[in-house]
Each structure stands twice: as C-alpha cells, then as structure tokens.
Write a protein that binds this ligand. Structure first.
Ligand SMILES: C[S@@+](CC[C@H](N)C(=O)[O-])C[C@H]1O[C@@H](n2cnc3c(N)ncnc32)[C@H](O)[C@@H]1O
Length: 494
C-alpha cells in the first residue's frame, strides 16, 4: 500500500469520512500531494469530514494533562507554538501507540522554506522582507529556554535516551515548519449561528492556509509574530486552537484558485466545495492569496501565473517599505523624528508601508512624509488634534516618494534586468529550486517598484510641463487632486 492510501485508511478507520466517489488524493508533479475531483462536483458539496477527535492540538494530545496544566502554563507552554511542537514530538515518540502515528509519519521532514537554506542561498533573499522574518534565533531560544528544560525535568514522560531522538533542535524546526505550512486555527466546538452550505457553519477557519494577512490576524493565528515559530514578548495571549487537521492539510493552493474551504461544525470539520469543480480538476484550498515572499517563507513555493500585463508572476505580490527609508530621505533631526515616529506608532500607524501591484503610492506613506515635514507649530497642532496629517501628494511629496522607492530598489544587490536575464537565460531550469524561487520572488517585487517609479516620473514630468505652461501664461498652478496618486493602499505591521 502506498503512503497516501495508508493515510486514507487510517483516516477512515479513525472515524473520518471521505466522499470517495467525488474526491481522490494524488501526487501532483509541482505541488506534491493534493486532492482531485473524480467527477463534476457542485458548489456546497461536502468532500470529507474530520471528526474533532482526529485534530492534533494541545487540547487533544494527552501530554499537557500528563505534565499538569499548572506546570504547563508556568513553563509558558501555552504561548506560541512551543506547546504544540512538544505535543507533536511526544506523540511521535509514542510510536504506534499514538493515535496520530500514521498521520505524523505521513508529514514531510524536509522543506523548501528559507528556514532551511544555507548562507549562500539566503544571500538570494537580500533586500526582501523575508530575511527579517525567519526568526530562527528566536525559535532556538524557545527551544533552549522552554522546551528543553521541560523535557529534562520530566524523565517519566521524556526518558533521557529518547531526547536525542525525538526532542532535538532539528526536529523542533521540522515540527515548527509543519505547523507553519499546515495548521489551521480551529474554533472551539461551538456551532455558528447562521448556516448555509448544506448545513455547515459558514465561518471558514483562519489558518495557516487561510490567512488574509491583516497583521493582527496573521500574528495571532500562528502565534508567530515576525518569526517562524518563536514566541515574542507581545505574544502573551494563548494562541487560539492552532491545530493540525489531517487530510485538510493535503490541499494545495494557488492565487485566486480556491474552490474548497474548511468549515466547522460542532463535532467535526468539513471540507466543502465553494465553487463547482470539474472532473479532473485539482481541489484547491486558499492560503490567503499571499505574495510570493510570504508563500516562500511559510510554504516553500511561489505562485507563477499570467499577469494582466502579459508577464508571469504572482498578482498578490507586494513590496514592504520601512518607515526608516522615508526618515533617511528627509534627513530630519533625530530627536524630532523619534518623537514623531513614536507618536505615529501610538496613533496606530505602522513601521512598514506596503506597495501593491496597483502601483498606487500608499496613503500611509504620504501621511508619514507629511508628518515628518510638519513645522514645529503644525506638529503641536496635530498632537493637539490627536490626528495624523491627511495624505497629500504635492510635488515635494512626489519627490520624496520617488527617492524612497529608489532607495528601496537599491536594497537589492542585483537589478531587475540582472534577475530577468538570469531567469530567461537559464529558462530557470538549471538553477536550484531555492535560487529560482528567490529570483521569481525578487523579480515580482522589483517590477512593482520599478513600475511605480516610472509612473511617478511620468507624473513629475506632467506636473513640470503643466507648471511651465502656467508660468508661461503668468499663472501658478496647483497639483490637481486627480494627480494625487495614493488612493488607499494597505499598510501592514511587520
Ligand atoms: C498544506 S500542504 C499541502 C499538501 C502538500 N502538497 C503535501 O504534499 O503534503 C502545503 C504545502 O504544499 C505545497 N504546495 C501547496 N500549494 C502549492 C503550489 N501551488 N505550488 C507548489 N507547491 C505547493 C507546498 O510545499 C506547501 O508547503
């Protein structure tokens, strides 16, 4: 019996239900294991059901109870992912006597995520936001300061001879990566009030696979903050039910392709089609239509699809720009700047603004630039009114934005042309997977930056031409409101 069949056998003999006439599981060349429609499936069809008892979490594993819930909390095992990681390690150590042994055996032990890249490969990510978000050191700190002391303090549960086999740093990273790429944030077994889809609660699960990337949600869903699977100081809250959900985690995802989603019921979770799916089509969950930088960091793959302009890439790509760059361009006084940035953050502003593929200047960047340029009097007034300045794209702001984007572009060691040539020359095929994926990701980001810059330059030329005309006609002309670039663009907290 192959590995997928063994897993399906275990799943069904443990109370899981699959509509085997509609859904099959197979291995796709580009995405690994995944689900496929065996016949035309209508919208709202239940593809499979997972009993809550099959979920693997700190709620279902016996370990926290064995340790003692007070001791568990005292050791901060309820914060972040460290507790779930320890449960997964311990369940693995139980061998076949663990309810989840077949499931755990089926999970990957190697990953294409940058967490596992060597230093030379990591160089490929320079200039991208991925570097600062790996959190390897934080994860190692959790391992050393929380997990190991717990393991060493309870030889009854973690016999000394099992520690080098099941409770190593390497396995800690593997379990963390399994959670990062496969967990769901499962609500407690309260049914939702309103129902649709064949009686299934219509609240989809926030999850590793279903994160819409508003900052707070991302961070709490995974309890990971900026880092991969480390706890952070802010992260005092217990993560809601982060759970491993057998079978649901076998669905792949691609930008804009979702046709199935996980819903929760009182006693089980259900994978339900959200669109009609044709026979032979892959059944796709959603990971939140993430940009390639996030896909690479969490899942180890990138999306490459036709873009509206004929290029190939991920339509969800974005570029993160730190507030520091605006500060560097404006070269304002350090003390004044610090005061204003602290206030900006207190007012709910972010230290990162996000440039999207619509090429609009983020309104938050315009507000921030105005804030940094306020005269002392204007600054006093803004504080008095308790309001950050409204975004405004005048000619000076346009110049600052241009300089910020140029600096951002210069953070990458290679140019867009270099990267595009490399990808074209090799047709990508002779490059290692890591290098190729990093290249695709960088190209996506640089295209956004470059195109936005081109748009800004065109706006500047237009404004200069208009001004010239005005001067020639003896009139002064203001920048028209419709020349104000940034309609709203989201901001994101790092
Ligand atoms: C939730 S799991 C899906 C099941 C997975 N294919 C497996 O074999 O276990 C997520 C992982 O699937 C792979 N994956 C999902 N969608 C993909 C895609 N569009 N292209 C390439 N790999 C994908 C990535 O390795 C990702 O980390």
């Amino acid at each position: 019996m192959d590995a997928v069949s063994e897993l399906l056998d275990w799943f069904q003999s443990s109370g899981g239900e699959i509509d085997q006439s509609s859904v099959g599981f197979t291995v796709f060349p580009d995405c690994g294991r995944g689900a496929v429609a065996l016949k035309d499936i209508p919208e709202g069809h239940v593809l499979f059901k997972i009993p809550r008892s099959l979920l693997l979490s700190t709620e279902t594993s016996a370990l926290p109870g064995r340790v003692g819930l007070d001791r568990w909390r005292e050791a901060k095992m309820h914060m972040g992912w460290v507790g779930l990681i320890l449960c997964m390690m311990w369940e693995t150590a139980q061998g076949p006597s663990s309810k989840w042994s077949k499931y755990l055996e089926s999970l990957p032990t190697t990953f294409d995520t940058p967490m596992f890249w060597n230093d030379v490969e990591l160089e490929e990510l320079k200039g991208t936001s991925v570097v600062g978000k790996l959190g390897k050191a934080d994860a190692e700190q959790d391992f050393n300061e929380k997990l190991l002391p717990m393991v060493q303090s309870r030889p009854d549960l973690f016999p000394a001879e099992t520690i080098p086999i099941y409770y190593t740093l390497e396995i800690y990273h593997v379990m963390g990566s399994r959670i990062l790429s496969r967990s769901f944030d499962v609500e407690k077994d309260e049914p939702e009030e309103d129902t649709d889809t064949e009686g299934a609660a219509d609240t989809s699960l926030g999850s590793a696979m279903d994160v819409d990337l508003p900052p707070e949600e991302t961070e709490s869903a995974h309890g990971d903050g900026d880092s991969e699977h480390a706890d952070t100081d802010e992260e005092e809250e217990e993560p809601s039910g982060v759970s491993m959900v057998p079978l649901a985690d076998m669905l792949n995802a691609r930008y804009g392709s979702e046709n199935a989603k996980l819903f929760h019921e009182k006693d089980d979770l259900r994978m339900v089609s959200t669109k009609p799916i044709g026979a032979g089509e892959q059944i796709w969950n959603t990971y939140g239509d993430l940009p390639n930088a996030e896909l690479l960091r969490r899942y180890g793959h990138v999306d490459v699809l036709p873009l509206p302009n004929g290029d190939l890439g991920n339509p969800g790509d974005v570029v993160e720009i730190t507030a520091d760059l605006a500060v560097a361009v404006l070269q304002t006084d350090d003390v004044v700047t610090k005061k204003r940035i602290d206030w900006w953050l207190e007012q709910g502003g972010d230290d990162v603004v996000v440039l999207e593929s619509d090429l609009e200047v983020p309104l938050a960047l315009l507000s921030l630039i105005r804030l940094l340029r306020l005269t002392p009097d204007e600054w006093e007034k803004a504080v008095e009114k308790d309001k950050v300045p409204k975004p405004k794209l005048d000619t000076e702001a346009l110049e600052v934005v241009r300089a910020v984007l140029e600096r951002r572009l210069a953070e990458y060691p290679t140019t867009l042309d270099d990267d595009a040539k490399l990808l074209r020359a090799e047709n990508g095929t002779t490059l290692s997977l890591n290098k190729r994926q990093a290249l695709i990701m960088r190209i996506g980001e640089k295209r956004i930056l470059q195109s936005t810059l081109e748009k800004i330059k065109a706006q500047q030329q237009l404004a200069a031409a208009e001004k010239q005309k005005g001067d020639d006609g003896g009139r002064k002309r203001k920048v028209r409101p419709d020349e104000e670039a940034g309609r709203m663009s989201k901001t994101r907290r790092r």
